[in-house]
Design a protein around this ligand. Structure first.
Ligand code: GLY
Length: 325
């Protein structure tokens, strides 16, 4: 970056950070200037189903547990809930009727694990953690990921509920299976936490785009796209149309913007802006970003109205509306 560009970058960052500071203080109360003392423990997650997930994570955090354990326990709640139609059990299948799952996890050391195109396993997030902790690799996919899970004590589960199957059959009848990109159903859960020690971790898990092409993998298991954590700076997670997040490496971008001084809110808005700048906002897609920084400030933004996120700390829980960029 030239000196001129760097000056311009810093100028925009400062202007944005100031604007966001006021907006956030007036709105959610979660952004704003850095608090004098770090806000912790803290857990945040995407969408309304994040409330229940946060509660499970909070139990661990409140008892002094690690952020890594908290985010795993938290998103397992959504994975096991058949009412959550875009994660784990009850998730919408691909166009051929198979539920295929993507997940990743990242800890305070920058270690990470991921699974993609994984079938028949109720808790892909725990398989992702095992990839991180038991292998020298970051990601396992498909039948290899399934074999690894089964060899490590996970059991096969039928993830296609009767309700999800009925909806898929309706979709088949309505489209003759031709509409391969699927409906706008991708309410992925992403979760970020800071524990009492001040360490950050994150998790992200999804069944992906409803009725997707078989073999399609979205942003959720991709480190730097669906999730990124840097313990010195902050963390970010994504939900929505994965292709747009992957093409802009959205969560890596957000953490890098925070590293250079942007508040979490501003960083999320600028990552959303990047999708617009590249001409990839087709007016139909949704992308939502959620971020925290090391001091416990929270920020979020989305392409369109409607993205909500859940926040849990010592003062209670909240479901907040993200502001479109
Ligand atoms: N964000 C989830 C997906 O696109 O698969």
């Amino acid at each position: 970056m030239s000196i001129e560009s760097r000056r311009e970058f810093l100028r925009k960052t400062m202007i944005g950070a100031g604007a966001v500071s006021l907006a956030s203080l007036a709105g959610s109360g979660c952004g704003g200037d850095p608090p004098a003392e770090a806000r912790r423990p803290l857990v945040v997650s995407t969408w309304r189903h994040g409330l229940a997930a946060n509660e499970a994570a909070w139990e661990l955090l409140e008892a002094g547990g690690r952020a890594l354990d908290a985010v795993e326990a938290g998103v397992r709640v959504s994975e096991a809930d058949p009412e959550v139609r875009s994660v784990g059990l009850g998730g919408a299948p691909d166009g051929e009727g198979h539920v295929t799952l993507d997940a990743c996890i990242m800890d305070q050391r920058g270690e990470c694990g991921a699974v993609a195109f994984l079938e028949h396993i109720l808790h892909p997030i725990s398989v992702a953690r095992m990839v991180m902790e038991k292998t020298p690799h970051v990601m396992l996919v498909g039948s290899g990921a399934l074999d690894f899970a089964l060899a490590n004590g996970f059991e096969k589960t039928n993830l296609l509920t009767a309700e999800a199957e009925a909806k898929w059959r309706q979709w088949l009848l309505a489209t003759s299976g031709r509409e391969k990109t699927g409906a706008a159903n991708h309410d992925t859960i992403g979760m970020l936490a800071i524990d009492e020690q001040g360490d950050l971790s994150g998790a992200c898990t999804t069944s992906g785009l409803a009725y997707k092409l078989r073999g399609r993998v979205g942003d959720s298991p991709i480190i730097g796209a669906g999730l990124y954590v840097d313990n010195a700076v902050g963390a970010a997670c994504a939900t929505g149309r994965g292709e747009l997040v992957m093409k802009t490496l959205g969560t890596f971008l957000i953490v890098e913007l925070m590293r250079h001084g942007a508040s979490p809110d501003e960083a999320c808005r600028r990552a959303i802006g990047r999708i617009d700048e590249r001409g990839w906002n087709d007016g139909d897609a949704q992308v939502g970003y959620l971020a925290i920084d090391k001091s416990g400030r929270v920020g979020a933004s989305s392409l369109r109205p409607g993205f909500q996120y859940a926040v849990r700390d010592g003062s209670g829980d909240n479901l907040l509306d993200a502001q479109p960029a």
